[in-house]
Design a protein around this ligand. Structure first.
Ligand SMILES: Cc1cc2nc3c(=O)[nH]c(=O)nc-3n(C[C@H](O)[C@H](O)[C@H](O)COP(=O)(O)O)c2cc1C
Length: 398
């Protein structure tokens, strides 16, 4: 098992810009672009120029690790018809074009693999995120029945899922292994398994969703079984030298709902983190929520509730402290000094950035400037940095 040590300042005066080694892979800094679905693939699930530019700009922008959106390992697990796929060997080549570019910029290419489970067969966010219906069917996006741990719906007006059979679970576990093999063949060096946000794996982990009475439900061991068998399957196909992450919803309920007794808890996450680490998982990517509509981001927006800066950092800190397994913090991490403080306090090993990177693809380079470790623009690609340094020397009159 990896032992999460207090970070060292070996990389200079900034922890955020110090390297981090896991297995045979050295991440050049602690900044990871978080997985962000674009809903921009065609029905073949192949990466397009949109996906290329989306990921390429973060590597140019100095992020040490650039992670894809959740790549779907079985078409029945697509959120929407726009999802990127990894269920077919034909999907490897356009992804390889992306990994080659990321590596050439000095970033580590990372992939997330994903199955949306009960949240499959939906509209894209800007179409409403509801279940696919007649309007979508009329333009060729026919709905299908999602699969889950049980028949319960996540949201009352969504299409009801059906429970996976034991044979289907065995096939699914193999599909994750095949997804890992394809991710390796596409040139990714880090793999993150999406087990959060109410999607398929989370629907097995959480007692809120999982009402199965066979060996994949019931007590904590039964509910964790799918996640652990997926980790084992992936490790059979994913090279020994390459790190494996798991993204968890570390708690089912956000802070104001913490008192509910029937959800997945931070203690459950610690038990799972230890078991995953024993099966070759190197880092826990610490998110939260999503098992039901009432604790989703959308619901927060509807109720005009505010999210605190770094609201999920305490989960990364707790798991790191209690289990010794390295963690990644994500969620409302806005700038370099905030990220640096999270590392300095020993709360996490890596920092993932999503919406701030959409707003500012050069987030990492700006963080280095804000931390005072790149006053001469040396971290910028010379095609940009040379001119920006000259701009400084010339000065601008108001
Ligand atoms: C456009 C967009 C798409 C997302 N898609 C995914 C995804 O594919 N997989 C995932 O685990 N999380 C996904 N997320 C969640 C982010 O990875 C991240 O956890 C969340 O946005 C909180 O981080 P932030 O405050 O830096 O945005 C997505 C977020 C955004 C904004």
């Amino acid at each position: 098992m990896n032992v999460a040590a207090k970070p060292s300042r070996a990389g200079g005066s900034s922890l955020l810009f110090s390297p981090f080694r896991l297995r045979d892979v050295t991440l050049p800094n602690r900044i990871v672009i978080a997985p962000m679905q674009m809903y921009k693939a065609g029905p073949d699930g192949k990466a397009t120029d949109w996906h290329f530019q989306h990921l390429a700009k973060y590597a140019v922008g100095g992020a040490g690790t650039v992670m894809t959106e959740g790549l779907i390992i079985d078409p029945i697990g697509r959120n929407t018809y726009g999802d990127l796929g990894l269920w077919d060997d034909a999907q490897i080549a356009p992804l390889r074009r992306i990994t080659e570019f990321l590596r050439a910029q000095g970033s580590v290419p990372a992939a997330q693999i994903h199955h949306a489970g009960p949240k499959s067969s939906r509209q894209r966010p800007w179409e409403g995120l509801g279940s696919l219906g007649d309007a979508e069917a009329a333009r060729g996006e026919r709905p299908w029945t999602p699969v889950s741990s049980t028949e319960a719906k996540s949201v009352s007006h969504w299409r009801a899922p059906r429970a996976l059979s034991i044979d289907e679970i065995a096939a699914l576990i193999d599909a994750y292994g095949q997804g890992a093999r394809r991710a390796d063949e596409a040139g990714f060096d880090v793999l993150d398994v999406h087990a959060a946000h109410g999607y398929l794996i989370h629907s097995f982990l959480s007692p809120v969703a999982n009402k199965r009475e066979d060996g994949y439900g019931g007590d904590l061991a039964g509910r964790m079984r799918l996640a652990l068998e997926i980790a084992e399957s992936i490790r059979r196909h994913w090279p020994k030298g390459k790190p494996l992450f798991f993204r968890l919803s570390c708690v089912d309920w956000r802070k104001d709902l913490d008192t509910r007794e029937d959800g997945w808890t931070i203690e459950d996450s610690c038990v799972l983190a230890r078991e995953l680490a024993a099966r070759g998982v190197d880092l826990i990517d610490c998110s939260s929520g999503g098992i039901r509509a009432e604790n989703s981001m959308m619901d927060y927006a509807k109720q005009r509730k505010k999210l605190q800066r770094g609201h999920q950092v305490p989960y990364a800190a707790h798991i790191r402290r209690e289990t010794g397994v390295p963690t990644m913090a994500v969620g409302v991490i806005l700038d370099g000094p905030q990220a640096e403080a999270i590392l300095a306090e020993g709360h996490a090993d890596l920092i993932a950035i999503a919406r701030e990177a959409l707003y500012d693809p050069h987030w990492a380079l700006h963080a280095a400037r804000a931390l005072g470790i790149d006053s001469d623009w040396q971290k910028w690609p010379p095609s940009y940095g040379w001119w920006l340094e000259l701009r400084d020397r010339i000065g601008i009159e108001d």
